[in-house]
Design a protein around this ligand. Structure first.
Ligand SMILES: [Mg+2]
Length: 325
């Protein structure tokens, strides 16, 4: 079973466990069974707006048995990152909301206002009340030598009214104004995954996510295996055509795969330039991967796995045809 191949799973939330108000199909029962077999889980989110207890409460509302300590937010990872540079207990200026302040206090730092001259560092994270004045104070402090740390650099943030500017937009404004680059804790930085793995004392962790440029890139940066599930924002075509830095170890429909055999894409090897796998056959023709069913009862996900194997083995693939998903 896939879940027995790893001692811990570092699991993204949106698109993996839930999508807005609804649990993703099979997620709750699959995770509950996997935990029953001994897999330890951390729920890892770039969202710095909420504290770990609030995220855990939300996850419990779906029926998951989650403890507050099972959650890792990008604000918590940022506090861990801060602790490797400045002494715990010192004052840190907060440009962000309650989730950022909570993480600093939990890590033993003293959160202060952006204009407080005692701050040895500035931590920027999501906060709907952030003002131009806060950004101005952050710039002054950073120019004066305060360490510049960001929870995450997501450019957009989903709201009920549509996409809004994410923390990355505000971080970039301060970077532009100071010519100083922030240290970043959230995905695709490896910091958040390493912090989460360390808290679980994991020797062999698997990252599970639905987004290539955060979850999967972050896993690759951290040196962890990864599983892309197609239950969220990434299409089958997008993962097959992913750039090398954003290619996952495995591709599956959803978390039911935790109870099945693992299917690493790299293990699908060609014979005479033909990739045969799970009732599907793939060839590279010019700049295209062409997939066809060999067995009419083959599962659609196999077409994605075999296409990825063929595409990733070739330097020149720009298109794929014949995917069943
Ligand atoms: Mg996600």
């Amino acid at each position: 079973m896939l879940c027995k191949d790893y001692d811990a799973a570092l699991i993204d939330l949106d698109g993996v466990v839930y999508i807005s108000e609804n649990a993703v199909d099979y997620a709750v029962e699959s995770l509950t069974s996997a935990v029953g077999t001994g897999l330890r889980c951390a729920f890892v989110t770039n969202n710095a707006g909420r504290s770990a207890p609030l995220v855990a409460t939300h996850l419990r509302s779906f029926g998951l048995d989650v403890h507050d300590a099972d959650v890792m937010t990008s604000a918590m990872a940022a506090a861990d990152l801060l602790a490797t540079h400045v002494e715990v207990g010192l004052a840190v200026a907060v440009v962000g909301g309650p989730g950022v302040t909570w993480a600093l206090v939990a890590a033993g730092f003293r959160p202060v206002a952006p204009n407080d001259p005692v701050a040895v560092a500035v931590l920027m994270g999501y906060g709907p009340q952030i003002s131009w004045q806060d950004l101005a104070h952050a710039c002054v402090a950073i120019r004066a030598g305060a360490l510049f740390v960001a929870t995450n650099t997501d450019r957009t943030f989903p709201t009920s009214e549509g996409l809004a500017p994410g923390n990355g937009v505000f971080v970039q404004a301060v970077e532009e104004a100071t010519s100083i680059t922030a240290l970043v804790a959230g995905k695709p930085s490896p910091v958040i995954f390493r912090s989460a793995a360390q808290r679980l004392n994991a020797q062999r962790a698997l990252v599970i996510g639905d987004r290539l440029n955060t979850d999967i890139a972050g896993a690759n940066n951290a040196g962890f295996d990864s599983l892309l599930v197609l239950s969220g924002v990434t299409s089958a075509r997008e993962v097959v055509l992913a750039i090398p830095a954003e290619r996952p170890t495995m591709i599956e429909n959803d978390l039911r795969c935790l109870a099945e055999n693992a299917h690493p894409i790299q293990a699908i090897q060609p014979v005479d330039h033909v990739w045969d796998w799970a009732g599907w056959r793939a060839r590279v023709v010019g700049a295209q991967v062409v997939v066809e069913a060999v067995d009419p009862s083959a599962q659609p996900i196999g077409s994605v796995q075999v296409a990825a194997a063929a595409a990733w083995a070739s330097q020149r693939v720009v298109d794929v045809i014949g995917l069943a998903l």
